[in-house]
Design a protein around this ligand. Sequence first.
Ligand SMILES: Nc1ncnc2c1ncn2[C@@H]1O[C@H](COP(=O)(O)OP(=O)(O)O)[C@@H](O)[C@H]1O
Ligand SMILES: [Mg+2]
Length: 292
Amino acid sequence: MNHSTFNAHEYFQKIYARPVLLEAKKLSQVFKHGKTERTILNQLDLKIHKREFICVIGPSGCGKSTLSRIVAGLDPYSHGELIVDGELIKGPSPERGMVFQGYTLFPWKTVKENVMFGPLLKGASNPSAEAAAREWINIIGLEKYENQYPHQLSGGMKQRVAIARALVNEPKILLMDEPFGALDPHTRQKMQKHLMDLWQNIDITIIFVTHDMDEAILLADRIVALKANPGEIKEIIEVHLPRPRTPELMLTPEFKKLRERVDDLVHAQDDEVDPALEDLPKIPLMTSVNED
Ligand SMILES: Nc1ncnc2c1ncn2[C@@H]1O[C@H](COP(=O)(O)OP(=O)(O)O)[C@@H](O)[C@H]1O
Ligand SMILES: [Mg+2]
């Protein structure tokens, strides 16, 4: 697909014709804070189609990670329904692979052993788990590092291993919560391209949480913009930009226009900020260096 032939209408028609893989129906999450309750997610309705690339965006504290944890099956939700492939989510499953910001590799296992972990857990024999791990380590291009430990790898490499460790289980959904948030800009850009390449070539639906608008626009088919207090879907934006996408796309007027729209949405004046940021304390003066 190139710029001159990209037809957004056709592209999205095809997406919407695919089966719905994940559906949230009036999904709510309420947390108890002492004796009071806070609604973090309020009645979310959302349908994600097979092989879609969805980015979830919103201000800090709006409930992005809360939503990721629910979809991952790590936390139960308070109300509504969350259905994957026709079944209610009841807990974690290898069908929903996870890559979160904090490196979640086992530090005492090598790259290969980390990737073998999922298949072994599912009952694969050692040789077949090793073969599957090798295949994925090759796909992400880290075969030279298979016997290294996580502390011997760069941040970007660790996240590649984390991706391989999720994908080796052949999940239907890859769930990523700010996965590149801790990387430097250059590595981050490379990882974005790497992820888009993977997504183009395998049968996977990606739900990618980020607060970085450029990242969301570059990656997504659709952007789910959340607002805070309580977390609600403010708008779902179709990204009408051709694929494959490269960072140069960010310099185009189309990208900049979309960027302004998303910026207005996310930083709308009427949105309350995270209450945790409202009562930042006044810091007492503890030094005299400011005096002159
Ligand atoms: N387990 C929990 N118990 C109580 N409050 C929580 C819990 N997890 C998150 N919260 C609150 O929910 C809000 C949303 O948090 P989070 O989902 O982490 O936001 P985001 O990822 O969008 O920055 C925050 O105000 C946070 O304090
Ligand atoms: Mg978060």
